[in-house]
Write a protein that binds this ligand. Structure first.
Ligand SMILES: *[C@@H]1O[C@H](CO)[C@@H](O)[C@H](O)[C@H]1NC(C)=O
Ligand SMILES: *[C@@H]1O[C@H](CO)[C@@H](O)[C@H](O)[C@H]1NC(C)=O
Ligand SMILES: *[C@@H]1O[C@H](CO)[C@@H](O)[C@H](O)[C@H]1NC(C)=O
Length: 352
């Protein structure tokens, strides 16, 4: 009897740990939340939040709409950024997170970095657009700009974005509970910080012209963030050059240190991972690979979307697709253009 109970207990335990898979990133399933969050009671019924995130939801209800938007942005941007790669970010198709996101792979490194950047990006922009009552425009810079330029407009409030974004998205990794390995948590926290650093680097001067008939004699400038897709491209480059690390004693504590290269600490601007990824050529559910069968490839490209690389040498099938284009365009004085619609067949290719 005792052993049956023990067995039951153990299996419940393992079920629990299964459901906690990819806990650090499960808030991304908010992307499928359709409801308008306007009552604190809604917080505990929302999918994918850990207890401290539920608490943040209760005390910052106003922010939840923005965070749901951020989760949608992460999914959309990740999939767009990786449309030409074997791994196409299908792993964050909520609610079924594929195991590659918790295994500590290069891909999870990218997703954590992008998520951390996106949540702060969305909050900073929401401050600017006046959607949030608790924040407004970012501060006007101290230094005086060049002659002909002056500060004005509304800066993106990066400070508030970083403050609230990191509180929310780092919460699962900072929980006291002993779930998940320390090495994984350190990895996720590091990569999230890399994402936020990329966001800080994306704060640039933006200007608007003024003056008689567009003479641009005076420019009004503010600090604005580049679009998330630019930041995602920066992070994709970091993904491609990510460093494999191990969790081992360094000085007085166990830390993440590069595996192969000579002894040096991990750099602030490099993405790190603990586990090598599969080649993503074939379907393997355990490893979170959906394979590249039926993926579109490009016959003339020599990059990662080429039929050779995308299809892993299996070959490809051509098919014809009808595309509609604007054609026979005519310019009319003054000032508009009319076009006809033409149908055209183009040959496309999918992997065998
Ligand atoms: C809360 O959201 C619901 C829609 O889900 C809406 O019907 C209701 O009017 C909202 N309440 C307030 C106070 O905004
Ligand atoms: C990613 O690839 C899989 C496998 O080919 C496909 O089913 C899925 O629709 C793709 N996802 C996106 C977002 O392109
Ligand atoms: C295929 O790749 C070539 C070369 O990189 C590029 O010019 C072309 O636009 C691509 N075609 C498609 C359909 O993406």
């Amino acid at each position: 009897m005792k052993s049956v109970l023990l067995l039951l207990f153990l299996s419940v335990l393992s079920l629990l740990s299964l459901s906690r898979r990819a806990e650090g990133i499960r808030w991304l399933s908010l992307s499928s939340t359709a409801e308008h969050v306007n009552k604190t009671q809604q917080c505990k019924t929302m999918q994918g939040l850990v207890s401290s995130q539920v608490q943040l939801c209760r005390t910052n209800l106003e922010l939840m709409h923005t965070i749901i938007q951020a989760a949608r942005e992460v999914k959309k941007t990740c999939q767009k950024t990786f449309v030409d790669m074997r791994w196409n970010c299908s792993s964050i198709e909520a609610p079924k997170y594929l195991p590659d996101l918790e295994r500590g792979t290069r891909e999870s490194a990218f997703v954590y970095a992008l998520s951390a950047a996106a949540i702060s990006h969305t909050i900073a922009r929401a401050c600017t657009s006046g959607e949030l009552r608790l924040c407004t425009c970012g501060p006007i810079p101290g230094e005086i700009p060049e002659p002909g330029y002056r500060w004005g407009g509304c800066a993106d409030n990066l400070h508030y974005g970083l403050l609230m974004g990191s509180k929310f998205s780092d919460a699962p990794m900072k929980m006291k509970k002993k779930t998940g390995s320390t090495a994984n948590k350190l990895m996720h926290l590091h990569n999230s910080e890399v994402g936020r650093q990329a966001l800080k680097d994306a704060l640039v001067m933006k200007c608007k012209c003024h003056g008689v008939s567009g003479s641009c004699s005076i420019r009004t400038c503010w600090r604005g963030l580049q679009d998330l897709k630019e930041i995602a491209l920066d992070l994709k480059a970091k993904y491609l050059s990510a460093t494999k690390v191990v969790h081992r004693p360094m000085g007085t504590r166990k830390q993440l240190v590069p595996k192969d290269i000579d002894v040096r600490p991990v750099r602030e601007n490099e993405l790190v991972y603990l586990q090598s990824s599969p080649d993503f050529c074939t379907k393997n559910e355990k490893l979170g690979s959906v394979g590249t069968q039926e993926r579109q490839c490009n016959k003339t490209s020599s990059g990662s979307d080429s039929c050779d690389l995308m299809c892993c040498g299996r070959g490809y099938n051509p098919y014809n697709e009808k595309v509609v284009e604007r054609c026979h365009c005519k310019y009319h004085w003054c000032c508009y253009v009319t076009c006809k619609k033409c149908e055209k067949m183009v040959e496309k290719y999918v992997c065998k």
